[in-house]
Design a protein around this ligand. Structure first.
Ligand SMILES: Cc1cc2nc3c(=O)[nH]c(=O)nc-3n(C[C@H](O)[C@H](O)[C@H](O)COP(=O)(O)OP(=O)(O)OC[C@H]3O[C@@H](n4cnc5c(N)ncnc54)[C@H](O)[C@@H]3O)c2cc1C
Length: 508
């Protein structure tokens, strides 16, 4: 007997089959089409199968991509009572950056940015925490020391999330590459900056927009025991967070030598794409250096708040390294993303005092970032204007960063369930960080739409009287955060979201 629980087809398989047959068989020969489908599926009665397929599609939310946004979307949809099918192509196919088959694999820095009360990244995280985010739960469970930032042990973080998703009774994980946007049912596309080529082409067809590519770069990581601690010193900027960072101080001469070597070093040529659109807050160091001799000293090599304990003075420039894992045996060079050739990279980075004998566990890299032109395509509730059953979430919407991606996954998950239930979709509160991000990606008017991190620049400003009252910027930010969290709590309360488990307990 063929039942939904023994349902043998995958969505990708059905989509492929449908387009294959559609291309091959003309409409007038329906019998022939049916015969062909029946033969290929290995079932005698397609009508029954098709009915089952359609019923299954109606009750299930498809989440495509098991990255940071996809797992959060799947989790929220499932805890609100929906059945979820989560499609992840790894390990069947992979991306140039992922290394494992784990869900929510973090591909670069292990930092989820500042968790300091009153900062914009804190607000975004706090909203998610109050919204029972799975990713925030995992981050709390796998946190590593990083001063005021929330950083995680990336291996344990992905394992934690994978296990929780695998154990959820309403989520089915399907390991395969989706190549077509599903025509039926409700789907959330969360395939990230490295969406597979076939699906990228399909998204281009769907959106009608072929301006999808730009580049980001990845920072190098060195073995902790290869850092010369007789030169480097431990400290956090302005003493915030004890001695979480390793700092490599530079004199003026050392900086000049490093600068010259950096701007002359050879980069990996960009073969496949004609133009480079660097994301301003993730510029490769060589690109920053080319903008002026002192630009690095005011950016990733800023010495402010980092006095060298041996001299008591701030150095001329300073390179910071941040702990990458709980074992504390790997440190990432903060802000040193680059796309130099590996040999060149090693030569240049070893000029940094304290790194002369550094062992590189990972070199900086160039990578692709796929994102849609959201202001033309999405509503702030994250469904597409063209087809309200298709949602986008994560970095592909034009947000940038781990937590930003999680946040859009959260909202897409909630709204996909509301679509399933026939209820009106909800926008996140105007004043909240999530609301600000969704408003930006869905409505910013600019010729050159570029991905954004959460900043106070995106948040709704305070009314004039409050701005007058709180002239100090930091104080103003705290008022903004408090106002946002009040609105957020009201929003969450109205959602009346109860975890599935709790619902079950109540029923008992
Ligand atoms: C090399 C690199 C470095 C980065 N560094 C940072 C950083 O330091 N800090 C930061 O905040 N952000 C960084 N980012 C951005 C980071 O990728 C995002 O912040 C975050 O991972 C986006 O989450 P997401 O869920 O949208 O995408 P992802 O986490 O990438 O998840 C997408 C998932 O979809 C899967 N997938 C793709 N195509 C298909 C398909 N056709 N069918 C099924 N599954 C598919 C992928 O395998 C992947 O698991 C970096 C990105 C890259 C590529």
């Amino acid at each position: 007997m063929f039942t939904a629980s023994t349902y043998p087809w995958s969505l990708a398989h059905l989509c492929e089959l449908r387009s294959e047959i559609r291309n091959k068989v003309k409409v007038e020969s329906y019998k022939e089409e049916r015969k062909e489908r029946d033969e290929r599926l290995g079932f005698g009665n397609l009508t029954d199968c098709a009915k089952l397929y359609l019923r299954d599609m109606k009750d299930t939310i498809n989440v495509i991509g098991g990255g940071l946004a996809g797992v959060e979307a799947a989790w929220q949809a499932a805890r609100m009572g929906a059945k979820v099918r989560l499609y992840e192509m790894r390990p069947v196919a992979t991306t140039p950056a992922h290394r494992t088959d784990k869900l929510a694999e973090i591909v670069c820095s292990n930092s989820l940015k500042s968790d300091e009360y009153g900062s914009a990244p804190f607000l975004l995280k706090e909203e998610l925490r109050r919204g029972s985010s799975l990713v925030m739960e995992a981050a709390a469970a796998t946190r590593v020391p990083a001063g005021a930032a929330l950083s995680v042990d990336r291996g344990k973080f992905a394992e934690y999330i994978t296990e929780r998703i695998e154990q959820h009774p309403a989520i089915e994980i399907v390991r395969e590459e989706i190549k077509e946007i599903p025509a039926d049912g409700i789907s959330i596309i969360a395939t990230g900056p490295l969406t597979s080529e076939a699906l990228t082409a399909e998204i281009m067809r769907f959106t009608g927009d072929d301006q999808l590519y730009f580049y980001d770069a990845i920072a190098p990581i060195v073995a902790a025991d290869s850092i010369d601690m007789s030169i480097a010193f431990r400290a956090a900027r302005y003493g915030k967070g004890g001695d979480d960072y390793i700092n490599c101080p530079m004199s003026e001469d050392e900086y000049a030598a490093f600068f010259d070597a950096l701007v002359e070093a050879k980069s990996v040529p960009l073969k496949r794409f004609e133009e480079t659109h660097w994301f301003e807050s993730c510029l490769p160091i060589e690109e920053i250096a080319r903008r002026g001799v002192d630009t690095l000293r005011f950016g990733p090599m800023k010495p402010k708040g980092l006095p060298d304990p041996r001299t008591g003075r701030e150095p001329y420039a300073c390179v910071q390294l941040r702990q990458e894992n709980l074992m504390a045996d790997a440190y990432g060079i903060v802000g040193f993303q680059n796309h130099l050739r590996y040999g060149e990279q090693e030569r240049v980075l070893k000029l940094i005092p304290g790194l002369a004998n550094a062992e590189f566990l990972q070199f900086g890299q160039i990578h692709r970032n796929t994102f849609i032109n959201s202001p033309q395509i999405l509503n702030e509730t994250l469904e597409t204007r063209r087809s309200p059953n298709i949602f986008f979430a994560g970095q592909i919407t034009g947000v940038e960063g781990y937590v930003e991606s999680v946040s859009t996954g959260w909202l897409a998950g909630v709204n996909a369930v509301r679509t399933l239930d026939g209820r009106p979709l909800l926008a996140a509160p105007q004043t909240s960080a999530m609301g600000a991000l969704c408003r930006y990606v869905s409505s910013v008017t600019t010729k050159n739409f570029q991905p954004v991190n959460i900043t106070f620049g995106l948040l709704e400003p305070l009314p004039v009287e409050l701005r007058k009252k709180h002239r100090n910027k930091r104080e103003r930010h705290i008022v903004q955060v408090e106002r946002a969290l009040e609105d957020w709590d009201r929003f969450i309360g109205e959602l009346r979201m109860q975890p599935l488990d709790e619902k079950k307990k109540e029923e008992k």
